[in-house]
Design a protein around this ligand. Structure first.
Ligand code: NAG
Length: 248
């Protein structure tokens, strides 16, 4: 016990006794240390400045130039929405965010929920392949695939694209009662398909790491009833087929 303590003390004392030039060395070490400290200062300044600039340039969505996406809670928009409640926009206000004005963020809506798609200006902005989706709720177009024609939120009748076409020759196979029952089932299945087709895109935006939700569309009461009913667009209509007679 006493022995080991002595050894420890000796070890502690050793540097001072065996290094006569320690003062000089220390001065050199200090120089080196401050040199490295300076480099470190410069480097950390560059990193912080780059992050700050990235944050400003990417509109508060990334500290790393979009390389590493921030978790949602680290984005300002996330907190903005939580602190001040969600933002509501009329369709006219949303239209101002179709990308034509590059000073404004580019928004789109799907089934009433608005997303910021500014990072994909080349796609959703003017001239982009999905330009019809920018600045509006084009829910119908996502499902029918008729981008230009169906860039509206009206989903009424979209399920028809999943319904078989009536054909007297083929349909003669079933009795009237059978046909009535079958048509009911076909319609229910078609409505579910249309819902799921839209849901696919609703979920796509909701789960996207790239786009974040900024709010909701504020539409006037009875907006849907005021829109004229539209026909199923030709390409979607073309995709329909006749009933198949079951092989027995
Ligand atoms: C679309 O919005 C309506 C009304 O808010 C909602 O009832 C429906 O479930 C939504 N559809 C999808 C596919 O999310």
């Amino acid at each position: 016990m006493a022995d080991s303590e002595l050894r420890q003390r000796k070890a502690k004392a050793e540097p001072e006794t065996t290094k006569p030039s320690s003062k000089h060395d220390d001065a050199q070490d200090d120089d080196k240390a401050s040199f490295y400290l300076d480099i470190l200062r410069v480097l950390s300044f560059i990193v912080v400045a780059s992050c700050g600039l990235s944050y400003v340039v990417t509109g508060g969505s990334s500290w790393t130039w979009g390389g590493v996406r921030l978790p949602e809670y680290a984005r300002t928009v996330y907190w903005k929405e939580r602190l001040s409640g969600p933002m509501y926009m009329t369709p006219e206000e949303l239209a101002q965010h179709n990308g034509a004005d590059t000073e404004k963020p580019l928004y789109l809506a799907i089934n009433g929920t608005i997303y910021d798609v500014s990072v994909s200006r080349h796609i959703y902005g003017p001239g982009g392949s999905y330009q019809y989706f920018g600045g509006r709720d084009a829910a119908r177009a996502y499902v029918t695939g008729c981008f230009a024609e169906d860039a509206v939120p009206d989903m009424r009748g979209v399920e028809e694209m999943y319904l078989p076409i009536d054909d007297p020759e083929v349909d003669a196979y079933w009795t009237t009662a059978q046909m009535e029952e079958m048509k009911k089932q076909e319609r229910a299945a078609a409505e579910e398909k249309a819902f799921n087709a839209l849901k696919h895109w609703v979920d796509f935006f909701a789960k996207s790491k790239k786009y974040h939700r900024v709010g909701y569309l504020k539409r006037e009461e009875g907006w849907l009833d005021k829109m004229p009913r539209r026909q199923l667009c030709a390409p979607a209509q073309k995709g329909r087929s006749k009933r198949k007679i079951p092989k027995v």
